[in-house]
Design a protein around this ligand. Sequence first.
Ligand SMILES: C[S@@+](CC[C@H](N)C(=O)[O-])C[C@H]1O[C@@H](n2cnc3c(N)ncnc32)[C@H](O)[C@@H]1O
Length: 281
Amino acid sequence: MNYRHAFHAGNFADVFKHVLLSRILAYLSRKETPFRYIDTHAGVGRYDLSGEEAQRTQEWRGGVGRVLSADMPPHIRELLTPWLMAVGERDEEGMPLSYPGSPALAQYMLRSQDKMTFCELHPKDVATLGANMGRDRRMKILELDGYMALRAYVPPVERRGLVMVDPPFENVDEFDVLAQNFLEAWRKWPTGVYALWHPVKDSRLIDNFYFDLRKAGVERLLRLELTIAAPTPDGRLVGTGLCVVNPPHVLAEEARILLPWLANRMALEADGKDARFMVKG
Ligand SMILES: C[S@@+](CC[C@H](N)C(=O)[O-])C[C@H]1O[C@@H](n2cnc3c(N)ncnc32)[C@H](O)[C@@H]1O
């Protein structure tokens, strides 16, 4: 477990993931009945952008920094509002002081009747997560393997909700591990909403992943991807994806509005010529 998210917090992949997460949570909040948000790989909740890790990479400048400094058309601003609100305090130049990870975003968006469960395996991160999130009677934090939680904690008692699976993808077989663990959970709770994050590097691996899910009988799948540049010689991450199972019916339409704007805004090249997005139902 070498992965430290603090180096990458607020980068283009985080913005993509969290904006989509905010749209799913907004949809779940339309009904009064409570729901549960389960985050299997939670991280520390909120990231200090003046901290050593963020300062060293400055990745956030190409993600949340680019978005916050943009002139936003009203229809984009409207869809981004919950995520923008969760970003919180800014400096005099309008740049964020910290960046909300998935737990802080959920904490901001969930209502008093909703519940959230966060799993994190790195002991130091578990402690930081607890300190960053404060006291919240809606929340449970578990020092636990996220894949075990994925299999064990569904269906939640609320019978409504979202499971976010955001593993570090440090191992070569991560797509297979993700598919197997997801399928085990899905068989127990086929009507839940699941958001499965993955990097976009080798499209054959992603095609195989979707093929495996469909072969197992998963029908309601939304494939969302965003790429900010052509592959670079140093192999850095330039593409990000989210597989949403049982997506809210408005999500594809919202993604078709948001992703081209985000891709263009966060593109590595100023003309955005290699920026791409995919919305495939
Ligand atoms: C990509 S980061 C999560 C970021 C977070 N979801 C967010 O959006 O703010 C992945 C996290 O998973 C943790 N992790 C790694 N292996 C894990 C496992 N088996 N179970 C739970 N957490 C794990 C890492 O310590 C890291 O904090």
